[in-house]
Write a protein of this length. Structure first.
Length: 335
């Protein structure tokens, strides 16, 4: 099977993996659906978080407290302290609900992924047991062990450690961009100017990470095979005095694997720092133009507060997207 060359081809590769394991995934469909619903609820609560503050700025602080300015008949006759207490409690409630939804989606997805990977590991082990003797004669036992343990763990990592946060962050980013465009198109366009640069840099960096990860994966397979075969034939190794030669070979592979791992870490760190710069540029431009529009009366201070909050929160997923796409690229190298 040809190896994917870029992030663009990595995503279809993940699709093929999911289709291949669909029978195992289908067994956990109810838990996965509940986890997805919790994920949607988490996104909705995250979108609501800055709105109590906007309400306080636009309807309470700036015009001076007036219950009629709130536009809520049920609050007629409430004191300023009572209204502010209600808004403060609503902020706490939104955060608590978001935390509960995040807990549900994370735990649900983790449990489902663990069950699916355990089933897949069992199927893989059973399949290896039934392969022909000629296959086992030519195959390296250490490499097979790595596939049963390491590769399955990388698939679990894609699902729990990378794919779930990636999905959460994508939902959050899309939702916040929609709200931004509803509030003010000009400021929203300024905010999204950095997205093409982010997409291009992520695709380029993911390609490099995947190449490094593939080399590292082969190196670790060779190390595992060398160690397993040496231990299995330890009597012969000691009888012939081959310890130094085997140790030298293992150490060579080990150092190269360490070097490739460090290279992958540097690539991921570089991508995350680039995203930090892009986020700072977008925030500065939105703040600069947003204050002008606020002074002109085109947007309210509360709207600008929502924009800045969304930029801080929505572009946090961009930083994490840089991290998680790298993890996915690394994990797909195990295929």
């Amino acid at each position: 099977m040809p190896r994917p060359k870029s992030l663009k081809s990595t995503i279809p590769g993940i699709g093929r993996i999911l289709r291949h394991f669909m029978p195992q995934i289908a067994k956990e469909k109810h838990l996965l659906v509940l986890s997805l619903l919790a994920l949607v609820a988490e996104t909705a609560m995250r979108l609501l978080e800055p709105w109590p503050l906007k309400f306080i700025f636009d309807r309470v602080i700036l015009p001076g407290f007036n219950v009629h300015s709130l536009g809520i008949e049920a609050l007629e006759g409430w004191s300023p302290t009572a209204v502010l207490t209600l808004l403060a409690l609503s902020l706490v409630a939104i955060s608590a609900l978001r935390g509960a939804a995040a807990y549900g989606s994370t735990v649900g997805m983790a449990v489902a992924a663990t069950r699916i990977m355990a089933d897949i590991r069992g199927r893989l082990y059973s399949h290896i047991q039934r392969l022909s003797l000629s296959f086992h004669t030519n195959a390296k036992s250490g490499d097979l062990i790595t596939r049963v343990t390491y590769d399955i763990e990388r698939l679990r990592e894609v699902t729990v450690v990378a794919a779930l946060p990636l999905l959460t962050n994508t939902f959050t980013l899309v939702g916040m961009l929609v709200v931004m465009f509803v509030l003010n198109v000009e400021l929203a366009l300024i905010a999204v100017m950095v997205l093409p640069l982010f997409a291009l840099s992520t695709m380029k960096m993911s390609t490099k990470i995947q190449k490094v990860a593939r080399r590292q994966r082969k190196r670790e397979g060779a190390m595992a095979a060398s160690a397993a075969e040496a231990i299995a034939a330890i009597k012969v190794v000691q009888a012939l005095g081959l310890q130094d030669m085997l140790e030298s070979s293992f150490e060579t592979h080990n150092k190269k694997s360490l070097k490739e791992s460090a290279e992958a870490q540097k690539l991921r760190a570089g991508q995350e720092r680039l995203v930090e710069v892009l986020v700072a540029i977008a925030t500065s431009l939105v703040l600069w133009r947003g204050v002008q529009l606020t002074l002109q009366g085109s947007v309210t201070p509360g709207d600008l507060l929502v924009f800045i909050t969304y930029l801080k929160v929505a572009f946090k997923p961009m930083r994490q997207l840089a991290k998680y796409t790298g993890q996915i690229a690394k994990a797909t190298a195990s295929r």
